[in-house]
Design a binder for this molecule. Structure first.
Ligand SMILES: [Zn+2]
Ligand SMILES: [Zn+2]
Length: 104
């Protein structure tokens, strides 16, 4: 049976009773091998692979989510490109003009 290298599993949280939305009973299963556990304590402080960045990290109470991640989600900020300010565009045009003049 295939098992995870170095016991580093990639856990995912599942409901014990999928139909019961109120239920707080979960179990954790590795998505790559048959390993699974009902006990939270079993996987706390164990190494796991992050769902988001793929790095290996130690599971804490906070990272025990549906798809456990190392906390990188909170660190990653999505950069939206800022539109150029008019003065920047002017400056660029000026520079371009100078370059063009220098070439001719
Ligand atoms: Zn595994
Ligand atoms: Zn991560």
């Amino acid at each position: 049976m295939k098992h995870c290298k170095n016991n580093i599993h990639k856990y995912r949280r599942f409901r014990v009773n999928p139909g019961d939305k109120e239920s707080k009973r979960y179990f954790y299963r590795c998505v790559r091998c048959p390993h699974s556990t009902y006990s939270k304590e079993m996987i706390l402080d164990r190494m796991s692979e992050c769902w988001l960045c793929g790095r290996t990290f130690t599971i804490t109470v906070n990272s025990l989510q549906l798809k456990p991640h190392c906390g990188c989600k909170n660190r990653v900020t999505i950069k939206t490109p800022q539109p150029l300010k008019p003065e920047t565009v002017d400056l660029l045009n000026l520079l371009l003009e100078k370059v063009n003049n220098g070439l001719s």
